[in-house]
Design a protein around this ligand. Sequence first.
Ligand code: HEM
Length: 198
Amino acid sequence: MGRASSASAISGESIGPFDKSLKGNERKKHESDEHGVEPVVPYVHTLFDVHLIEEKRKLEEQEIVTLCSEFFTAGTDTTSTALELIMANLVKHPQIQHKLFEEIKGIISEGEVEIKDEHLGMTPYLRAVILESLRLHPPTHFLIPRCVTKDVVLGGFLVPKNTVVMFVESEMGQSRDVWENPMEFDPDGFMSDSDGRK
Ligand code: HEM
């Protein structure tokens, strides 16, 4: 199965702000500093070195802009919506919020106000809360459309070649065939070794 379409180029007038920052940055060197610390290479700079082997060419400027734009749009709205939905679920379930707060209090020192990266492996309940919220209230309801490249039988149905297939992510997360009490917000399902399914 392949993707139904590759990212389409964004319109000319949207390029302006990106274009300005692309120019002149193209060949900037990423040298280590005086302490030998490797710099972080910006995503956009990695795209300058992409070679499309079959087409024997590099990415065009408009394609680079499209890929950067895709990164912003795919990464920002999904993340902020996921956070809003997690917070909404915690507001709706104060006992779960309390359990999460206790877990966090247990790993951070007196006076600390933030969870750091190194704490994340010590917060299984936080992980479970995030997964449960993504299951019950996914920020996106569909996956990226796929296209069937040959006739295939899926769940007893013939899907002919070239059919565009849409996977409804929200239905998967709320299916009674897969989850016990799917409409209930219960992070404990993700606390066991299993992945929360029946
Ligand atoms: C909670 C946060 C996020 C959710 C719920 C989410 C959800 C998704 C989903 C459902 C897809 C489609 C996957 C598929 O059809 O196979 C997708 C694709 C994608 N996401 Fe996210 N995403 C999140 C965060 C991010 C972030 C932070 C970035 C980038 C910084 C990002 C970049 C992308 C890109 C580039 C694709 C397309 C991948 C491809 O073409 O193979 N996403 N995301």
